[in-house]
Design a protein around this ligand. Structure first.
Ligand code: NG1
Ligand code: ZN
Length: 529
């Protein structure tokens, strides 16, 4: 049973600031680091309950991803490396906001509602990013875990996707990989090196890459990992945390939202560059053309490269497996059109937030999902993995080679979560195998000009949406107004939705020219008031 006395005693050492209300959103809890101590302690408690209920290892990651260095956050990772189940998100919010004297009751409530067997053993794994506040906050998580008798392993510094990988490994009996940082490096590097060995044109041009690490954990981990894969790729790290501030004027979020290169990176024309975000679960590519123009290659184009390569391999092997691409409303219209009309791959749209994309992608033999901002991965069903393994052993020559390639690609993806390091290696392998330059990849299709705006409103919850957030249901009249505005432009599309991570309404518009996209976004933002 729970030692309620001990919980009360230790909880007082992690006291909640009076009146502070936080919400477990799409990315867990996120706010200024100094407001999070009680949340960390309580998420330690909750992770133990979730572990007892699922009879599995649960993960707790301390990070605020691309937010400024002063912020921090926490999210729980479910047994198969997935985001926390929705009913437990509600429990998390309840528990985080309970006043000291109500803590016991809330904990008992959750245990009863979820039929948690308190006698069951619990195991929690913990990881943290490089923020100055992260070490102490992860210690508070551990306090929470231990006060309710949970066992734990503290991995210390990890990228977010590495923690997802550890949880997945531990709950699948080692089939997926070894639950150590070393195991992660070896699994991915072995697959990568085998793939790039098969590239016929392994000329120098494909072999080096500039990486902006957002002054975050990605730099640390890439440095540790570099020598494992260096025979296939040499990486040059920028914003490695030795000088600059985390996520400041650099990183995937900065590059994507400002559509310009990060500070601290010198780019020669046509050099391949990429940026990670602060916890290394997002990646975008870019380059400067001969005229010095900046070109961004976002998650949509990454998904296109990956899904077309996978489809080609399947054709080569002669397997008719179903492959689907999952996007959100933010996917550029050109990418959706290219995937559906040129590549003939079915495309599905879900609500924003990777858990929605991840779940949808699980419905296919091969599901590729990416948010435009560069968060994504590919999932392979167990049946596919077995089939491909067989093909790699049985088939002849060309088919066998393709099956072997697919086998390695499957190993190279982090199937627990979107992963900047893993995605980078997948992309580098595909470019090498196909002999594609970064410009050729970029030229697959041309992005429609688009604009994203944030609008501050009194209460963003007055806006509700349907059809994967592409249509507004309330307030009345808003969707009609948007429809009328969209009609004024060519190749146009626009939508609004309340953000799940910030107190704003987001406006997105695209059209045939940048000027039109800007106008449309502006007009739509006026209609929101
Ligand atoms: P919100 O704030 O709900 O738009 C943002 C990103 C998501 C996702 C989450 C979680 C956009 C438009 N939205 O969500 O894609 O990454 O943060 O971090 O990029
Ligand atoms: Zn992130």
């Amino acid at each position: 049973d729970m030692d309620l006395g001990a919980i009360t005693k230790y909880s007082a050492l992690h006291a909640k600031p009076n009146g502070l209300i936080l919400q477990y959103g799409t990315a867990g809890f996120r706010t200024k680091a100094e407001h999070l101590d009680h949340v960390m302690f309580r998420m330690g408690l909750l992770a133990v309950l979730r572990s007892k209920q699922t009879k599995s290892t649960i993960g707790v990651m301390v990070t605020a991803s691309h937010n400024p260095e002063e912020d921090n956050g926490v999210k729980l990772v479910d047994p198969l490396g997935e985001m926390l189940a929705p009913s437990w998100e509600e429990h998390a919010t309840c528990l985080a906001n309970a006043e000291e004297q109500d803590m016991q009751r809330v904990l008992i409530d959750i245990s009863e509602k979820e039929a948690v067997n308190l006698q069951q053993d619990a195991f929690v794994v913990i990881g943290r990013d490089t923020r100055p506040s992260s070490e102490k906050l992860s210690q508070s998580v551990i306090d929470g875990v231990t006060v309710v008798g949970g066992q734990f392993h503290d991995y210390g510094l990890l990228t977010t996707p590495q923690l997802h990988y550890m949880v997945y490994c531990r709950n699948t009996g080692g089939r997926y990989g070894k639950a150590t940082v070393e195991g992660y490096y070896q699994k991915l590097s072995k697959a990568f090196v085998e793939l790039t060995k098969q590239a016929s044109c392994s000329g120098d041009e494909y072999r080096s890459l500039k990486v902006d690490c957002a002054n975050g954990i990605g730099a640390l981990k890439l440095k540790e990992m570099e020598h494992y894969f260096s025979q296939g790729l040499s990486v040059q790290l920028f914003n490695d945390g030795s000088k600059g501030k985390l996520n400041h004027l650099c990183g995937a979020d900065f590059v994507k939202s400002h559509q310009k290169p990060p500070q601290g990176m010198e780019i020669k024309s046509n050099e391949r560059c990429c940026s990670f975000d602060g916890d290394a679960d997002r990646i975008v590519y870019y380059y400067h053309d001969a005229d010095g123009h900046f070109h961004l290659i976002d998650g949509d184009k990454i998904a296109t490269l990956i899904s077309s390569f996978l489809k080609e391999l399947l054709v080569e092997i002669g397997e008719s497996l179903n492959i689907g691409v999952v996007q959100t409303a933010y996917a550029n219209g050109s990418s959706t059109r290219y995937l559906e009309e040129v590549m003939k791959v079915p495309v599905y749209c879900t609500k924003t937030g990777v858990k929605h994309l991840h779940h949808k992608a699980q419905e296919f033999d091969i599901g590729v999902y990416f948010e435009a901002n560069g968060h994504g991965t590919a999932l392979f069903s167990t049946a596919v993995e077995m089939k491909i393994k067989q093909s790699a052993e049985q088939l002849e020559d060309k088919k066998r080679k393709a099956a072997k390639m697919l086998e390695n690609i499957i190993d190279l993806f982090n199937q627990a979560a979107g992963d900047a390091i893993s995605d980078m290696l997948v992309i580098e392998a595909i470019l090498a195998l196909k002999g594609l330059t970064v410009q050729q990849w970029d030229a697959l299709y041309t992005d429609l000009p688009n604009r994203q705006l944030k609008v501050q409103v009194a209460d963003r919850r007055v806006i509700s949406t349907t059809n994967a957030e592409r249509q507004a249901v309330t307030p009345p009249g808003l969707q009609e107004a948007i429809n009328d505005l969209v009609k004024k432009y060519k190749l146009s599309r626009a939508f609004v939705r309340p953000s799940g991570t910030e107190d704003v309404v987001r406006v997105y518009a695209e059209a045939d020219s940048q000027e039109s996209a800007d106008h449309l976004a502006h007009e739509v933002s006026l209609a929101v008031f």
